[in-house]
Design a binder for this molecule. Sequence first.
Ligand code: NAD
Length: 370
Amino acid sequence: MARSKNSASGNGIAPKQGSAANVRTHQAVPRATLIPGDGVGPEVTGAAVRVLEAAGVRVNWDIQEAGAAALKKLGTPIPDALVNSLRRTRVALKGPLETQVGQGYRSINVYLRKTFNLFANLRPTHSFEGVQAPFRNVDLVVVRENTEDLYAGIEHQVTPGVVESVKVITARASTRIARFAFEYARHNGRKSVTAIHKANIMKLSDGLFLKCARRVAMNYKDIKYDEQIVDAACMRLVTNPRAFDVLLLENLYGDIVSDLCAGLVGGLGMVPGANYGEKGAIFEAIHGTAPDIAGKDIANPVAAILSGAMLADYLGFKDAASRVRKAIGDILRAGHTLTPDLGGRATTTEMTEAILNAMTVVEARRTSRI
Ligand code: NAD
């Protein structure tokens, strides 16, 4: 695995469950909600749960439907049982959920992030040895504000043929996400935070976001702070991504730029994510339901499994999370069992089993040394 900095997938500053050091020291089995999701969701979250269990992550999963699957079975995309489960467990591993384009119910993802105040979306993006990608040694982290911006969902028709969408940016949310980015940088051996914006055009909204970021940056003299306009930042990302470290973005730019970053390291199947709040977290790959490959057993399970490793960290299963990451690094480097998006011919199941085998080999080596 090409990593120069501390574990990008670790959650150095994210709100913690488990013991003070975020290492699980007692026997109580934590509860977590498992949302298999739509499209490839059940395939990749199923793979993640298998790998986590084999790594020794003991969790009582409360399985809940959401999205299109729930609408079909239960008549609503957000069943009360799901919301109640999340209120109880405060932590979830989630598959992607379908949201129709230009019609239909509003995004369940946005609803969950807002309802549970999961304000920080963290998307660690790095190269893996053995994965064909436009660049090597990319190692950056997208920190995306998760609760406002154009995702506030305030849209109306002024008159037929004219609609307005309102972009909401507040000092409170901008300051909170900037602090998260700097704290993350400080606790994870990161050197710089780049705020990405379009304040040359949206002088008030993006201007406020920048003002807040600058004010927060003053308290983190150990971390370099700079700013780039979003269009120029995209060009730099696709020409010299190694120039970036922690990227701080509003909600919409964060969503777009993180998919762009995934393209730098092998695609959407490679990048995990976490939505953190003060009192809970939902872990999910950045990719969507991938309807074109759903049900074919060929989705790349790595992003979902790495999201599971972030959940394991959060719950205090640090060693297990490391074992999972090591096994993924090993099978990608070996390059024999890769799904089609990575240029291979393996199925999701075969790749998952290769990861399970790699963990068994590492464990056998470790115990033979004891
Ligand atoms: P997508 O991420 O589902 O797919 C884009 C492309 O990437 C497709 O070609 C797909 O096959 C490929 N891809 C995605 N994940 C992959 C994986 N694990 N392995 C191999 N290939 C993979 O994006 P989309 O097509 O724009 O969206 C489809 C649906 O997903 C929409 O309803 C959208 O709203 C939803 N979505 C949900 C989430 C979420 O729940 N967090 C995120 C993004 C999109």
